[in-house]
Ligand binder design. Structure first.
Ligand code: SF4
Length: 408
């Protein structure tokens, strides 16, 4: 990230903190926080059972459910499902448009790059993600819910004008309208939508998504809707999912509710003509969910409590200096570093900034589910030392202490 981008990000984070703090200190949100901590802990403790329950519930709701053990398997299932739809809808293979909403799990499996390599065109529908997509280079997100929080209106106008061959002034509304018109025209060509999920209600066989733009509704209403979500997103009931959505929103944007909470519990259907079941009235004719493990079942449980609000990175002193260099892929900051060990390996966690962390604990203090990230980081340092993956400077200090009884 460029220094100016980090400066913009810090300013935006400062404004966010001012909005988030008062709400999260309110008795109502603190009571909700206590409930959600219990929900997340129990759900992760009983993850295997919830996977089995959800498979049954999805089946009952006519949702196809797949388990992917790793990212490669998830990509394979995704491609198979899309190819089946291409054949079923008799689509021109040179003109496959995939409507996509913001999802860390889709980023985790590199879904966009993979589908593009297979000749498909990805339409990012979230405005921040679309701006990053148009930027083309150095376009990694900086916040889980505000991916373009490091770009100011000047940068964004330049990106949009250059990529769409326009001459818009630096006026946010005009930029938004131009991108919206462009995305909507492309969405007309698409019959396939892919999304993530903020939370999955195992007993109800339903998944829940949170958004402000209304874009996820457009993605979910395509003829085929595929959801890719980590197994850690499972909770027992829909009531649990809604509680998580409310808490996540409070800690992500400082509002008690987002504009939309969508719950999908099956394909679109009607029985209004002689009670005959007809699918695909307005929404998806087919819904499929891919539950992704990719190291989660081996991860320490505390690492999976996360509800994805991003408040840890907003409050992290290291992230505010280093930007998204501190973290792994779509998982930013210290918690991302911790997850990288399970998604990849110890070496990746070192490369993602394992030794950048100051162990100050600001992440835990500002985390709605009190994820003990700095403690996990300390344990990981221990384990990487055992693997001989320490930094050269640290090795030198250690050897000096051993040999001379002093670090120098
Ligand atoms: S670790 Fe906590 S603060 Fe960070 S994204 Fe997850 S829930 Fe939010």
């Amino acid at each position: 990230m460029k220094e100016e981008e980090k400066e913009t990000m810090r300013n935006i984070f400062k404004g966010l903190k001012e909005r988030i703090e008062p709400l999260t200190k309110s008795p109502k949100i603190q009571a909700l926080q206590k409930r959600v901590i219990d929900i997340r802990k129990d759900a992760i403790d009983n993850n295997e059972e919830l996977i089995a329950i959800s498979q049954e519930s999805f089946k009952e709701n006519d949702i196809d459910c797949f388990i992917a053990h790793d990212d490669e398997e998830a990509r394979g299932i995704l491609l198979d499902l899309i190819n089946e739809e291409i054949i079923a809808s008799n689509l021109n293979e040179d003109e496959i448009y995939i409507a996509k909403s913001k999802s860390n799990t889709l980023r985790e499996i590199d879904a966009s790059q993979f589908l593009e390599k297979n000749g498909m065109k990805i339409i990012e529908t979230d405005l921040g993600d679309r701006i990053l997509q148009l930027k083309k280079v150095d376009n990694a997100p900086v916040h889980p819910t505000g991916p373009a929080s490091h770009l100011n209106v000047h940068d964004i106008t330049k990106i949009v004008n250059e990529s769409m061959n326009l001459d818009l002034p630096e006026v946010p509304r005009e930029i938004m309208e131009a991108v919206r018109a462009n995305v909507l025209s492309l969405l007309d060509k698409s019959v396939i939508g892919i999304s993530g999920s903020n939370s999955i209600a195992a007993e109800d066989g339903a998944f829940l998504t949170v958004h402000n733009e209304g874009n996820i509704s457009l993605v979910q209403n395509k003829k085929l809707h595929i959801v890719v979500a980590g197994i850690d997103k499972l909770v027992p009931s829909l009531e649990d999912s809604v509680s998580i959505a409310k808490l996540e929103t409070a800690f992500a944007i400082g509002k008690p509710l987002p504009s939309y909470i969508n719950i999908v519990a099956g394909p679109s259907k009607t029985a209004d003509i002689e009670k005959k079941l007809l699918k695909n009235m307005y929404g998806a004719e087919k819904v499929a969910v891919i539950l992704l493990d990719n190291g989660r079942s081996e991860a320490i449980k505390e690492c999976l409590w996360c509800i994805g609000c991003g408040n840890c990175v907003v409050n992290c002193p290291v992230y505010n200096v280093m930007g998204n260099e501190f973290g792994y892929h779509s998982y930013l900051g210290g918690r991302g570093v911790a997850m990288s060990k399970y998604l990849k390996d110890n070496e990746t966690s070192v490369d993602s900034g394992l030794y950048m962390c100051t162990l100050c604990g600001m992440c835990t203090e500002n985390c709605p589910v009190l994820t003990p990230t700095y403690e996990i980081i300390e344990d990981l340092r221990n384990s990487t030392q055992k693997d001989g993956l320490s930094k050269n400077q640290h090795k030198k200090i250690r050897d000096n202490i051993k040999d001379k009884g002093s670090p120098y």
